[in-house]
Structure formats: C-alpha cells, structure tokens
Design a protein around this ligand. Structure first.
Ligand code: CMP
Length: 139
C-alpha cells in the first residue's frame, strides 16, 4: 500500500456536541497524520457546491441545511491506504449499520447527522482537498 491523502470533515453535530477531540483522537490512533486542519463555517453556496454530486437526491436540501448550521472542522489526512482506511474508522454512513467502535457508531445520531465525512475515492479526495486547502498548506 502506498501513502495516500484523504479529506475529512467533523460535521456540525459533532462539533456542537463537543466530540471533535475524541474524533480526532480516534483518527490519530488509527495512524493518520494530520497534514492540515481548521475550523470553518460553510455558506449555503459552499455546502451546495461541496455536495453537488448529491444535488438530485431527496436528502440534498436537508443535508445543505445541516452542514451550514454550525462550525465544522476540515482536515487533510495522510496514511497508507488513507481513503479506505478512514472509511473503515468512520463506519457505515448509517450509524445503525456501523460496526462497534467506529466513529459513527460512537457519535452519529442518524444517517444525515452522521458526525464525520471522508472522501470515497482518490478523484473525490483530490477535489475535496482542493475545495478547502491550497497546495502550500499540504506540503
Ligand atoms: P457524507 O459521507 O458526508 O456524504 C453525503 C452525506 O449525505 C452523508 O454523509 C450523510 O450525511 C448524508 N446522507 C446520505 N444518505 C442519506 C440519506 N439517505 N438520508 C439523509 N442523509 C443522507
């Protein structure tokens, strides 16, 4: 496996509930290096753009509303097999289906308010990292 980068968001529900530290600790315990991280507050236009791939889905409007309701923490992460590895640490999108010990099992409250985002493929990771971070921040 080669070193890979992925993008992650600690979502508004988890930041508001005070779970950001525990989520970051779980990510670091899984061997990820935090290349860059910062707090952000998405505008409606930014949330619509970030989730444009879901624009036709019935949950899109609710997702945009949720992602703009409060501060988030955006992160650039690096590890061997980072994309699949983070998705394993996060657990299934629906916390009811997430494995014991995963971040979503521990902290998510519904399929929408699921506490963390992680890129799903190398192409999306590159786009999502570029959405929030400049090249100079990812050296
Ligand atoms: P995320 O990994 O950020 O990618 C898309 C997001 O849409 C997902 O996490 C959930 O927050 C949300 N989502 C996915 N499926 C559903 C669904 N069926 N109903 C509501 N929200 C969903």
């Amino acid at each position: 496996m080669s070193v890979e980068r992925t993008f992650s968001i600690i979502k508004p529900d988890a930041v508001a509930a005070g779970h950001a530290g525990e989520i970051l600790a779980a990510i670091e315990a899984a061997g990820f290096k935090v290349l860059a991280a910062r707090m952000a507050r998405l505008s409606e236009a930014q949330a619509r753009g970030f989730y444009a791939v879901h624009a036709e889905k019935p949950f899109y409007a609710g997702l945009v509303k949720f992602m703009t309701e409060g501060p988030i923490i955006v992160m650039a992460l690096e590890r061997d097999n980072a994309i699949a590895g983070l998705r394993e640490v996060m657990g299934a999108t629906n916390p009811e289906k997430a494995a014991e010990g995963t971040i979503r099992k521990r902290f998510a409250t519904s399929i929408e308010r699921n506490c963390i985002h992680g890129s799903d493929a190398p192409e999306t990771a590159a786009v999502e990292l570029g959405f929030f971070f400049g090249a100079a921040e990812l050296l």
